[in-house]
Design a protein around this ligand. Structure first.
Ligand code: UFG
Length: 323
């Protein structure tokens, strides 16, 4: 099978591209490099283009059997101050991509959705039936696209899996790809920056949440586990109908537990500082991953320790390169 990995020069997209290639699929990466990095697409055919560029897409789509769409902006805070950017890219431009797909012969589509579409969950662990009431424009932009997908599937026969990711983290064990965000806001790489003195301390955003140690709980899932689910999702679409699936481990860790794991894995002390709650952070987000496990015969394999270890190895290598 031949797959167009849109946003394949980004963090999660590049891991999916590498995973697909390793499992023998042909992969073409399509990325406008606005947030992506050409070095993450090394070893692949890279087409530099925007998801709104219908003419460019029309040329490449006849060469593939399926599309995976990772090209989105994903900073929750920025989406609050600049919702226009989020709805324009994550919905309007993404719809141009979906239109180009339905105008081609491609009928398999995998979409990176998010647990942010659930907003504040009514129950944890979160099942796919939890009402989708996003509390920020990022989640709303992803949810709008899920709605479009559902309608397009019914009307035009495109088949899709919308994967609702929990907290993607870690790096490929081959050491060649990993997380690069500018600026960095995600917990684990921020902890590494604090260890290296690149920020004065790791700010813990709130310790008065209704959780055992007062800090927020999240479900951290290794990017390679996410990538594997995407590959299985493609195969699933050969014989089954479109659907949305949570991708998480089913186990949550607090901010303090993540810091303790980093200290254990790296043998380094993390300087920390208490800070106020960050707007829009729900206290606890943990997936109920059973539907994905049953339907895809998939299960997240990486532990938090392995997530931290792979992320640390990658980050140390990148730091050494910059010296
Ligand atoms: N945190 C800190 N200090 C930091 C950074 C993060 O205390 O310096 C905390 C956050 O408050 C949160 C947890 O660590 O409780 C995880 O934060 P991240 O920023 O790493 O991840 P989020 O849970 O905010 O965001 C992730 C994805 C988003 C997605 C969201 C869904 O990165 O794309 O989950 O809620 F929208």
């Amino acid at each position: 099978m031949s797959v167009l990995v849109v946003g394949g020069a980004g963090y999660i997209g590049s891991h999916a591209a590498h995973f697909l290639k390793r499992s023998g699929q042909e992969v073409i990466i399509y990325d406008n490099l606005s947030n992506g990095h050409a070095e993450l697409a090394e070893g692949f055919e890279l087409i530099v283009g925007d998801i709104a560029d219908s003419a460019k897409l029309a040329k490449v789509l006849p060469r593939v059997d399926a599309v995976m769409h990772f090209a989105a902006f994903a900073y929750v805070g920025e989406s609050v101050t600049n919702p226009r950017k989020y709805f324009e890219n994550n919905f309007v431009s993404a719809l141009a991509l979906l239109n180009a797909v339905v105008d081609s012969k491609v009928r398999k589509f995998i979409f990176s959705s998010t647990c942010a579409t659930y907003g504040k969950p009514v129950k944890v662990p979160i099942t796919e039936e939890n009402p989708q009431r996003p509390v920020n424009p990022y989640g709303a932009s992803k949810m709008a696209f899920e709605y479009a997908l559902e309608s397009y599937a019914r009307a035009y026969g495109v088949r899709y899996v919308a994967f609702r990711y929990f907290n993607a983290a870690g790096a490929d064990e081959n050491g060649k790809i990993g997380e690069i965000h500018q600026p960095e806001t995600h917990l684990i790489p921020c902890i590494f920056e604090a260890i290296h003195g690149e920020r004065p301390a790791l700010e813990i955003f709130g310790d008065d949440y209704p959780t055992p140690d007062g800090t927020c709980i999240r479900d951290y899932i290794h990017v390679t586990d996410l990538a594997e689910a995407h590959a299985l999702g493609l195969a699933y679409l050969d014989s089954a109908d479109s659907l949305a699936l949570n991708l998480g481990t089913g186990k949550g860790y607090s901010v303090r537990e993540v810091i303790a794991t980093v200290e254990r894995v790296t043998g380094r002390k993390v300087p920390v500082k208490m800070a106020p709650r960050r707007a829009g952070d729900p206290p606890e987000l943990v997936a109920d991953p059973r539907r994905a496990e049953q339907l895809l015969k998939w299960k997240a394999k990486y532990s938090l320790e392995q997530i931290v270890t792979t992320a640390w190895n990658w980050a140390e290598k990148e730091r050494a390169k910059k010296k």
